[in-house]
Design a binder for this molecule. Structure first.
Ligand code: PMP
Length: 305
């Protein structure tokens, strides 16, 4: 029988089935929780499990806590150490995904600010691109992306994903793999759980952080490695919908999706409808870095063992 996974829950390590949350808590009733999705990659040669950009995830979690006006309870060090502790306790020696969630516990209202608690759990996250496919089809959502003046996409709060859900369910209903949102200004924003890049005339283009997107860690990683490792010019600027139709290459990126080529938008082929050459190069560079094979970026990796 498979051993039950262990979870870090309110300061203790316990089997997942023993972690209980009050059904009347604001996290349960209103999605009042902020979270991070992380990945760790097993490097066979180094016999090491590397958590990718743990520091940046901890910092973004603290930012989410601050923007939500949650009680300031968890130190940066605790966020980092507890994450390492639970991976170690599970004795993982394989690629894994982790959910680190800070939530409003107890019996409370949607405007409560405490008590705040945390869990960190390994989650089953299979690769999102089916093995038989080398890219995905996308549509432009009829749903508008949430914006900073209503429900900020910069806060990685559970409730935000109701917007992602509406768009993604529509895409699936209509036979597409993923949705792409436009923001309240009518410009291209992001995917339901990923950011978007495309190539035109050899330049890598992505909407700016003011385009109603999450400040994605993968996006920042790709911008840096495209410039530093591959000498590609990167442009962050407003993007119109039709510009996507005439892009040469396109991909989605994020911790969960990693890098997924987009082969069509609204049934219009991107380039020749195949994975692009620059996309392939960036993807290879990205995977070499996350797995610790490119030693120049070890600063982004936290060894667990
Ligand atoms: N946008 C949204 C809405 C997301 O949920 C995610 C995944 N966390 C991303 C972008 C990608 O962010 P990251 O690269 O930090 O995982």
């Amino acid at each position: 029988m498979e051993k039950e996974r262990l979870i870090w829950f309110k300061g203790e390590v316990m089997p997942v089935s023993q972690a209980k949350v009050n059904v009347l808590s604001p996290t349960s009733q209103f999605g009042a929780n902020v979270f991070e999705g992380l990945r760790a990659y097993w490097n066979k040669e180094d016999e090491q499990l590397y958590i990718f950009r743990l520091d940046e995830h901890a910092q973004r979690l603290l930012n989410s806590i601050k923007m939500m006006r949650f009680e300031d309870k968890f130190s940066y060090n605790l966020l980092i150490e507890s994450c390492k502790e639970i991976i170690k306790a599970n004795e993982f020696k394989e690629d894994i995904a982790i959910r680190q969630t800070v939530f409003l516990d107890g019996f409370g209202s949607w405007f409560s600010t405490s008590p705040i608690e945390m869990f960190i759990a390994p989650i089953a996250k299979k690769r999102l691109l089916p093995a038989e496919k080398n890219g995905v089809s996308c549509c432009i959502s009829s749903w508008e992306r949430i914006n900073d003046n209503s429900l900020s996409p910069k806060i990685k709060v559970g409730a935000n994903y109701i917007n992602s859900r509406a768009g993604q369910l529509e895409a699936l209903r209509n036979g597409y793999d993923f949705t792409i949102f436009l923001n309240n200004k009518g410009h291209v924003s992001e995917g339901p759980g990923s950011c978007l890049f495309f190539v035109r005339d050899g330049k890598l283009i992505t909407p700016p952080i003011t385009a109603s997107i999450l400040e994605s860690i993968t996006r920042a990683t790709i911008i840096q490695i495209a410039k530093e490792e591959l000498g590609i010019e990167v442009v962050e600027r407003e993007v119109d919908r039709t510009e996507l139709y005439i892009a040469d290459e396109m991909f989605l990126c994020g911790t969960a999706v990693e890098m997924i080529p987009v082969l069509s938008v609204d049934r219009i082929d991107i380039g020749d409808g195949l994975e692009g050459e620059l996309t392939k190069k960036i993807k290879k560079t990205y995977f070499d870095i996350v797995r610790g094979e490119n030693k120049r970026y070890l600063k982004w990796l936290t060894p667990v063992y």
